[in-house]
Design a protein around this ligand. Sequence first.
Ligand SMILES: Nc1ncnc2c1ncn2[C@@H]1O[C@H](COP(=O)(O)OP(=O)(O)OP(=O)(O)O)[C@@H](O)[C@H]1O
Ligand SMILES: [Mg+2]
Length: 327
Amino acid sequence: MTAGITTSMRQFLESKPSLKFLFFGGKGGVGKTVIAGATAVWLARQGRRTLLASTNPVHSLSSLLGFEVFGQITPLPGVAHGFAYEIDTKETIEKSRREIKDKINWFLRFADIQLKAEEFVEAATLNPAFEESAMFENMLTLMFGGEFDTYVFDTAPTANARRLLGMSKVYSLWVDKMVKSREEAKSLRQLLSFTKKKEEADPLMNYLVNLRQRLDRARELLTDPALTAFFFITLPEALPIAVITRFLQWFQDFGIPVGGIIVNGLLPSGDRAALPEFIRNRLDMQAEHLKTIWQLFNGQVRALVPLFPSEIQGLPSLNRLSEELFG
Ligand SMILES: Nc1ncnc2c1ncn2[C@@H]1O[C@H](COP(=O)(O)OP(=O)(O)OP(=O)(O)O)[C@@H](O)[C@H]1O
Ligand SMILES: [Mg+2]
């Protein structure tokens, strides 16, 4: 087996000009945000109208870039066609809360239940999965909007990305069931109804049907290798490698296209003898883990990115990272 990059990040992206949705996953702190940023900058420089978007409730794009992109699609200065955006999850949650309240109120009236909607709303929206759904909804709204040629998503760390996608399947099943039982309830109600007055419009049903359509569409887009690619980032260390190994398995199971693996944080080698023992040990450790990486991910590694002397912050340093990634 020959170790080495067979298709680089640049070659991969150049071979897929139709690619529209790029995601970056991996263990916490491995460089997802900076690599998503560097990729977005490169894509914009190729003339593609590109949005670097964060759906994560704990944002880091503004601090990466050094200017505010929260709540507003903001052009990247000096990068034609490049934009960044941190979605306001709180606002989405508030909006969904109001909408859910309306729907629950409607349903309680429909079912002649003498209860206040508040407790149901609380129960539904204090659920931690609610925030994730809101993030997912926001992501879909952006994806369906089609204002950009390419969307680069800085996804939430670890299992969230996969949960987000797994949710679409589970949601869809759930919605199917709900729609079916709603239809049954509706026809029963019509059968039992003495007054033959026409049924009023059913907002809950409309909502469910609409949700199912959105999820079906999302799954179509997210599982289409011509449109979507997930990239996994790892350091040459045991834990991040274990995390992306699991991810790869999950993503295969869900039929989600994997774009490849980026290895970040490589120490510069040089004259070994001149290096302190501490650095030599770290270099040996990285070399060992690199062997594992070539074994496990042969043909899927798209780039080896060196550890920079300082953290990546601001557009100039993103540009440098972009050169390393695509150079
Ligand atoms: N190649 C590199 N050289 C130097 N610093 C780097 C490199 N890659 C990432 N960093 C720094 O490491 C830190 C973590 O990077 P980043 O925020 O992109 O990770 P993340 O995977 O998005 O983290 P989180 O899981 O918290 O979202 C940042 O301070 C970043 O500037
Ligand atoms: Mg991040």
